[in-house]
Design a protein around this ligand. Structure first.
Ligand SMILES: [Zn+2]
Length: 323
């Protein structure tokens, strides 16, 4: 049998794993390969397998139905299979079958939505195994998450952005949430040179949802000027997030902002990652209590964006459509 390389994309080096661990991950990859998928919308078949702490394996695939987000991602498909049979149990590893050769552009990672879902049901030590029978990358769920935000003095937060983010927080729909979850709602302001675009949590009775940053980005897109085009719309200076607790920003929202930031920086390469200020405000007085600062690169260690997958043509196409 050919030598199998286990590899760390974080450390960019080969890993030496005990033989038993190697076999366990390779068997899980074999199981992932047996999964089915329907990729009518994306054309990308994602086949995974989840290993529980008790040694059971469950497959999952992406199942796409329509030109919308009404489809099942492979990770949640496999997780649902576990939950259906056993409920919440310890999860040990998630394997993605990827057709060889493994290159940076075929490197498969959980999207923002799947990071939100996996974080809710798996420990940060969940192993994430991607590969084929020749090269296998090994990471852990914790490698994809980031919460170690630096504190900043309150007077460093843009007052305009702060007021608008608090207004967006108040406009968020929490009527469908249990009381225990209402303080997780947050509001967002995308601050431009001359304009601000707010984003609030939107949900309805069937739990269709638009998360705050996605909402703000839609507002930003929907107010793009017609000709003549001076690009001032593209000059975002920061994003401000406000919540009644330390903001817990969905990974799907982080991904959305990082995606937009990538597009803006393609147009203006001298720009750095968009700064993001996060505020905890008092639920009664709405006065800011604490602030943290991050940016659109730091908060998503493995960005799930077009350039991460080598989709440079798509990026240019997106930019053309915006302008
Ligand atoms: Zn996903």
């Amino acid at each position: 049998m050919a030598e199998i390389e286990f590899w760390s994309p974080l450390q960019q080096k080969s890993l030496s794993l005990p033989a038993g661990e190697q076999q366990k991950y390779l068997r899980l990859l074999d199981t992932a390969r047996t999964s089915t998928s329907v990729a009518d919308q994306s054309g990308h078949h994602v086949r995974v397998a989840l290993l529980t702490g008790a040694g059971q394996t469950f497959t999952g695939g992406n199942y796409e139905y329509a030109l919308s987000d009404s489809f099942v991602h492979a990770e949640s498909s496999a997780l649902n299979n576990v939950l259906t049979q056993f409920g919440r149990v310890q999860l040990e590893a998630l394997a993605y079958d990827v057709p060889p050769p493994i290159t940076p552009t075929t490197f498969c990672i959980p999207c923002g939505r799947c990071l939100d879902i996996l974080s809710a049901y798996a420990s940060p030590d969940l192993a994430i195994v991607v590969g084929d029978s020749r090269r296998v990358s090994l990471t852990y769920l914790k490698d994809y998450l980031f919460a170690d935000f630096a504190n900043v003095p309150l007077d460093r937060v843009s007052p305009r952005g702060q007021d608008e983010a608090v207004l967006a927080l108040k406009r968020g729909i929490d009527a469908y949430l249990p009381e225990t979850h209402k303080d997780q709602v947050y509001g967002v302001a995308l601050v431009g040179k001359d304009q601000i675009w707010r984003g609030s949590l939107y949900t309805n009775a069937s739990y269709d949802a638009v998360t705050p940053i996605l909402s703000a980005i839609q507002t930003w897109r929907n107010t793009l000027p017609l000709e003549p085009y001076d690009y001032s719309h593209f000059h975002l200076t920061k994003a401000v997030v406000a919540s009644f607790q330390r903001p817990h920003i969905f990974y799907r929202d982080r991904q959305a902002l990082t995606d937009l930031d990538e597009l803006i920086r393609l147009k203006f390469p001298s720009l750095g990652p968009l700064p993001v200020d996060m505020l905890q405000v008092d639920s009664k007085t709405l006065r800011p209590l604490q602030a943290w600062r991050t940016n659109a690169a730091e908060w998503l260690p493995f960005p799930y964006t077009p350039s991460s997958f080598g989709m440079h043509d798509t990026l240019h196409q997106l930019l053309t459509q915006l302008t």
